[in-house]
Each structure stands twice: as C-alpha cells, then as structure tokens.
Design a binder for this molecule. Structure first.
Ligand code: URA
Length: 228
C-alpha cells in the first residue's frame, strides 16, 4: 500500500469515528473444511457502510450528518446515549456539545488517571438527530437498533453504560424508570450493563451528580473485577 493510500485509509477511519488502532497482528483463522460457507467477520467500517446514506426512518430528511459513534474500537467500556443533538448533527460526532463536555468529566471519574474519554467508545441509540431534540419514536428506535447491536457485538466491551431513560430502556428492554434502573448491573448478551442519568439531565439537575459519581465508581470496580 502506498503512503497516500495509507493516509486515505486512516482518514476514512477518522471520518467514521475510529480514533485509535491496534498494532497487534490480527489472529489468523485456522483453515477448516467449513471455511467456504463462513461469513466475513463484522467490523465497524462494514456496519458504517451498511448504514450508508440511510433513509430507513423519517429522521433522514432533516439530519445533517449520521452520527455513527467514536472512540476506542477495543474499548472495555462503551457509553450509549440517546440521539445526536445539534452540535453532534453538525459535526457528525457523538457528545461534542455541552452534555458531551460533562460526559468527558464523568468518564474521568470511572478510574481516575487510568481511563479517559480516549479509552472508551461512545455512540447513541439513534444515529440521526430528531427535530428540535424531541424524544426518539418507536419506529426510529426499531430502524436504528440493529446497528447499535452490531457495534456492541463487534467491540464486545466488558461494560456498557446507558445514559438516560431511552438508552437504558432500549438496551435493557425495560419500561422501568431510569431512577429505578440506575445503580445496578444487568447481564445482556455477555456484557455487564449499567444505567445512569443522562449528562443533559445533570446540566438541569446538578444535585443528581452524586448518584452518577456513585455509578461511575461501580463501573470502575466492576472493570477491575472483570480484569482480575
Ligand atoms: N445527547 C445524546 O444522547 N447523545 C449525543 O450524542 C449528544 C447529546
């Protein structure tokens, strides 16, 4: 591959939100008689390609950019939010507005000095901004959900943290309120899932920061337990 081709490839990765790459050699699959029928492994670039210029739901006409997700593709910890807001729609990246700045600080409390925003992966239930930041509607969640499921299946994080009601209820397939869902771990598809208040809600109700801080301490402890 020429230098220009490598730069082009890296720019493509950055455009779809991949901000770090592992230099380790990928494991070579062993030759097996069943090989010809095996499907190629799913990857984040393949998922982004499948989303394409998505027109699967009624959000597509009003969006500026699809917000796929960004961060460490080998993350042990993934944060799942609700949907892009106006800054995210503008930039094509998740959590880059005021709530995103608060999320960056929240992430710093998980394992202080050890885990920063660059270490985690961040994405949303919906990849397109709902007009005027209204709540996601069921048909939109239904259309977008397969892509989130595939992102999580590819990254295979140890822990998923759902931010706010919509993320929590969707990932946990529950209609229980966020106040009742937060603060404990659930097992979903081999991942430990916890929910906490959405950073945008914290901007309006700063008195809830204490609970979020407690949830981040739980995540830090769970990651340490799972690594040991
Ligand atoms: N709120 C979300 O839920 N996601 C974003 O990406 C930004 C704000």
């Amino acid at each position: 591959m020429s230098r220009e081709e490598i730069i082009q490839q890296l720019e493509f990765f950055r455009a779809i939100g991949i901000t770090s790459l592992s230099l380790e050699e990928p494991a070579r699959p062993m030759a097996s008689p069943a090989a010809p029928t095996q499907r190629p492994a799913d990857t984040l670039p393949i998922i982004r390609e499948d989303i394409g210029d998505c027109q699967r739901c009624k959000l597509s006409p009003s969006r500026t950019n699809i917000v796929f997700g960004s961060g460490n593709i080998n993350a042990e910890l993934v944060f799942v939010g609700e949907a892009p807001g106006s800054d995210e729609d503008e930039q094509g990246l998740p959590f880059v507005g005021r709530a995103g700045q608060l999320l960056t600080k929240i992430i710093d409390t998980v394992d202080p000095g050890q885990i920063t925003r660059a270490d985690v992966y961040i994405c949303n239930i919906l990849k397109c901004r709902p007009p005027n930041n209204r709540n996601p509607e069921p048909d939109e969640v239904l259309a977008c959900n397969p892509f989130l499921k595939r992102q999580l299946a590819v990254i295979r994080p140890k822990v998923v943290c759902c931010l706010g009601t919509f993320a929590a209820q969707n990932v946990l397939q529950s209609d229980v309120t966020i106040s009742k869902l937060r603060g404990k771990f659930f097992d979903v598809d081999g991942m430990r899932v916890i929910a906490t208040f959405h950073p945008a809600y914290l901007l309006r109700s700063p008195d809830k920061k204490r609970e979020v801080w407690q949830d981040m301490i739980m995540i830090g402890a769970e990651l340490k337990r799972l690594r040991s």
